[in-house]
Unconditional design. Structure first.
Length: 290
């Protein structure tokens, strides 16, 4: 699968104490990316990215995603710049709307989620380029802020979004788009059209999270994935059977990754369920080589 990056997610339910060892083992297997999660009450995305980067030598680490309402753009840019200076070329910063209910829960729900995301991504990217930022926006105000130590190689900033207007926004202001689990090849074709409508160029990357369970017993694989695809189907507003997964035997899983690539994915990140996730990852990576 030439030019396709295959990554693995360190799931939010896994103890963060296990992250350094998992990252080192995943790197040894030859995976391209490791993505960490920031959800309310679970782990901090920037701190988890720092742990994973510090534990490895080659892996690219993605943050999926930092909720814009929960993060000051200036502070987020400072944290990202620190990581990008210490680990150049190895960071991808995902920023999104955040789950509305969680943002309400902590008192940071914006008046305009679209304006906040656009202003956050625009200002963070400018700060990472070393620019002095003056912004009097609908949601963000920055009065002559500039980083003292901007990264020599600014990390890509990708928008973790789902809905059509947000996808167009991503095409307009971000370096790439991060698509949530459950989206299949046909969804990616629609996504590409929407981000292109927003003005995305050929260098705009499409990064896709995918539910994954690898095994030779189809009934066991289905049982393992069922609670996750059921809830996610409700969130996506589609029947459970239409929630896309990378699952089944290792060759079958590799075929499904190939289908995502054929529909425009530049990176596929596996969110693995079931026993021995590293063994499952190794099986997929080996199958994808053929």
């Amino acid at each position: 699968m030439t030019n396709l990056r295959i990554g693995v997610m360190y799931a939010r339910d896994w103890d963060p104490a296990g992250l350094p060892g998992f990252a080192r083992q995943a790197e040894a297997l030859g995976v391209d990316d490791l993505w960490v999660v920031e959800d309310l009450g679970w782990n901090g995305g920037v701190s988890a990215a720092a742990v994973a980067l510090g534990a490895t030598e080659r892996l690219r680490v993605g943050i999926g995603i930092a909720p814009a309402p929960l993060r000051s753009p200036a502070l987020l840019a400072m944290e990202l710049a620190t990581l990008a200076r210490v680990f150049p070329g190895r960071l991808v910063a995902g920023i999104g709307h955040g789950v509305r209910e969680w943002m309400v829960q902590v008192g940071v729900a914006p008046r305009s989620p679209l304006a906040l995301l656009e202003e956050t991504i625009t200002s963070v990217r400018a700060l990472l380029r070393g620019e002095k930022v003056e912004l009097e926006g609908r949601e963000v105000r920055l009065d002559g802020v500039q980083l003292v130590h901007p990264p020599a190689e600014p990390p890509p900033v990708v928008a973790g979004v789902v809905r059509p207007r947000s996808l167009e926004l991503s095409g307009r202001v971000a370096d790439g788009t991060l698509i949530a689990e459950g989206h299949g090849p046909q969804d990616l074709e629609n996504t590409r059209a929407l981000i292109a409508k927003g003005g995305a160029g050929a260098d705009h990357t499409l990064n896709v999270f995918a539910f994954c369970c690898v095994g030779d017993d189809p009934d066991e694989v289905a049982r393992t994935l069922h609670p996750h695809t059921e809830g996610h189907g409700a969130w996506l507003g589609r029947p459970q059977q239409e929630v896309f997964t990378v699952s089944g035997s290792a060759p079958r899983a590799a075929e499904q990754i190939g289908a995502l690539q054929a529909s425009g994915a530049d990176t596929v990140v596996l969110r693995i369920f079931g026993p021995e996730p590293l063994r499952q990852l190794e099986a997929v990576l080996r199958a994808a080589e053929h």
